[in-house]
Write a protein that binds this ligand. Structure first.
Ligand code: VGL
Ligand code: ZN
Length: 180
């Protein structure tokens, strides 16, 4: 069974947001098309408290229950069957969707019979990276849809480096066109 995991396609990671990923919103139409092809569609949200050590590294973003933490308005979020909230603590970053605190992602996916997980969203070099690496560790056949991700690139090349790490860890790189 195939599952699609949409990572952090939230206003604060899109142009105009508090921690904007360059061209972060370009993933939205690609993800909208992909969601129609998958029987299981889930998403994560970066969902921070007002005060957290995470904001020593990053501008304040995705504070829970704020507009910046909402999904991008063009994302067809009615197709998302379950949202996983991560980064909810005040002592760590919580980059991986497998660190969600409202529900256990591994248990949820196994309960739905998912064995192949396709990862898309933001940002390639942080939450997408951490989530895809965890996904391999948890035993899912893990795919990265390379035209449905975008990187923060604090240092130029961070996104490309992260893609290399994921590939080396056993993540399979695919293009959305191969899935449609
Ligand atoms: C993220 C930086 C800080 C992400 C979250 O979603 O990739 N990046 N918080
Ligand atoms: Zn964050």
């Amino acid at each position: 069974m195939k599952g699609l995991l949409v990572v952090d396609v939230q206003n604060d990671f899109c142009p105009g947001g508090a921690l904007a990923v360059p061209e972060g919103d370009k993933v939205v139409p690609v993800i909208n098309r992909l969601m129609k092809e998958f029987p299981v569609v889930v998403a994560s949200k970066d969902w921070h408290p007002h005060k957290t050590v995470h904001f020593k590294k990053w501008p304040v973003h995705c504070v829970h229950n704020t507009r910046g933490a909402e999904f991008h308005p063009d994302l067809e979020s009615e197709r998302i069957q379950q949202v996983f909230l991560k980064g909810t603590g005040d002592k760590d970053d919580g980059y991986s969707a497998y660190e969600a605190t409202n529900l256990n992602l591994t248990e949820y996916l196994k309960g739905k019979g998912v064995d192949e997980l396709y990862v898309v969203g933001l940002a390639t070099d942080y939450c997408v990276r951490a989530t895809a690496l965890d996904s391999v560790r948890k035993g899912f056949r893990t795919y990265l849809v390379i035209d449905a991700i975008a990187a923060v690139d604090v240092n130029p090349g961070d996104g490309e480096k992260a893609i290399g790490e994921m590939k080396n860890a056993g993540v399979t790189l695919v293009k959305s066109g191969d899935l449609l």
